[in-house]
Design a protein around this ligand. Structure first.
Ligand code: GLU
Length: 426
């Protein structure tokens, strides 16, 4: 089978295309790649709830276990109006590649509900979460499938998932979710782990080219959990964060934005970076958020939603390195343009894998009924990022592949090897 070009910016087609391309490169036996691409299970559930005013409303949710050959399904739970079946399948497939590339003993899964969490009260959000969990209950569990936070969800949502599941089995099961609050068996360091991994990836890619993060100009799209930690940690390395954007627009400062003041303003509850009184507001509105990539910079970190960097952004982006903090932030067309322009792209399945790596450490702590100190957790996340980068970099050099292709090949190979060893039932 020949890999055909991915159509436009469809995330599903794009991950499928990457896997097919990797399968061809690996010369996998016929039928193997088809089996790896197809999700193992797709659950679609109806979620009726009562609103606070007594009226009823119904939402739709999904949980996809894409690959569970190497271990339990693992992946986030997303609450966003654009969540749909195909996107969830695609994000679950990316998790299969991510856990395989990172050599974690986990499979790939993803879940989501098509809702705008900001339009619901906390009590309504809790009811949605509990009803969703009861609908997929039979497929969840520490050895089956373990959700974690993603776009629109947080530690509180994980606590509700844990509680609803625990009520069902009759005893507390902290290991059914990761990214939960510390008081329920969460891990120190989980909040910062994805951003820490993104910054480590940026530092390693610089080091591999004989330079460092110090003094580098960085632009970041997204100031949620990933972008905020990436900004703080990169500033700590001596990098200058010259631009940040979110749904409200773009702020910039050639000297470098005051990240401490920005974080403080966010904690005070400002709705957007443009309202924080930090730097200069150079654009307003969600549609201008990608203008941040046109600012003069060395490194770009798209840490918001998928598909944010398309043809226009790829043409105007000034950075030499793009580190994908979000899942699927580059459309395939943008990826091609950046590749042709010689921009080095560090793909999501490696660059943002600090989060799931820390989730795995949380699972280890839950199994052992232990809590590690924060330095130990952070050091373990960083050392995993380093050892996988060494392998990824060496493989890409040896075979003259981009990091994206090298990462897909290594991920698909780990999945194909596991399938081969386990054999086909019956
Ligand atoms: N949602 C995160 C991701 O996309 C974390 C997943 C996890 O920790 O299971 O990688």
């Amino acid at each position: 089978m020949t890999a055909t070009d991915p159509s436009a910016d469809q995330a599903l087609t794009s991950v499928e295309y990457r896997m097919r391309e990797a399968g061809e490169w690996l010369k996998l036996e016929d039928g193997v790649i088809e089996n790896l691409i197809a999700p193992r299970r797709v659950l679609e559930v109806s979620i009726p709830i009562r609103r606070d005013d007594g009226t009823r409303v119904r939402f739709t949710g999904w949980r996809v276990q894409h690959n569970i050959t190497r271990g339990p399904g693992k992946g986030g739970l997303r609450y966003h109006p654009s969540v749909n079946r195909d996107e969830t399948v695609s994000l679950a497939a990316a998790m299969s590649l991510k856990t395989a590339l990172m050599n974690l003993p986990l499979g790939g899964a993803k879940g989501g509900i098509a809702i705008d969490p900001k339009s619901l009260s906390p009590r309504e959000l809790e009811r949605v979460t509990r009803r969703y969990v009861s609908e997929i209950f039979a497929f969840l569990g520490p050895d089956k499938d373990v959700p974690a936070p993603d776009v629109g969800t947080n530690a509180q949502v994980m606590a509700w998932v844990m509680d609803q599941y625990s009520i069902g089995v009759g005893h507390a099961v902290p290991g059914v979710v990761t990214g939960k609050p510390l008081a329920l068996g969460g891990s120190l360091g989980r909040d910062s782990a994805t951003g820490r991994g993104v910054v480590e990836a940026a530092s390693l890619v610089c080091q591999a080219r004989g330079t460092s993060l110090e003094g580098k100009r960085i632009v970041i799209q997204g100031f949620g959990n990933v972008g905020m930690w990436a900004a703080q940690l990169a500033a700590g390395w001596g990098a200058r964060i010259v631009g940040i954007s979110d749904v409200g627009g773009v702020i910039a400062s050639e000297k470098g934005l005051d990240i401490t003041a920005l974080v403080r303003a966010t904690q005070r509850g400002v709705g957007s970076v443009v309202d924080a009184g930090v730097g200069e507001v150079i654009a307003r509105g969600v549609e201008r958020s990608t203008d941040v990539f046109a600012l003069p910079s060395d490194i770009a970190m798209p840490c918001a939603l998928g598909g944010a960097v398309d043809v226009r952004e790829a043409k105007t982006l000034t950075a030499k390195y793009v580190i994908e903090g979000a899942n699927g932030p580059l459309t395939p067309a943008a990826d091609d343009i950046l590749n042709d322009r010689g921009v080095i792209v560090v793909p999501d399945i490696y660059a943002n894998a600090g989060g799931v790596t820390c989730s795995y450490l949380e699972q280890c702590q839950n199994y052992a009924h232990l809590q590690w100190d924060e330095d130990e957790v952070n050091a373990s996340v960083v050392s995993t990022m380093r050892s996988v980068f060494k392998r990824l970099h060496a493989f890409s050099q040896e075979h003259e592949l981009s990091y994206r292709r090298a990462a897909s090949v290594l991920g698909v190979k780990a999945l194909a090897d596991a399938h081969q060893l386990r054999g086909l039932h019956p």
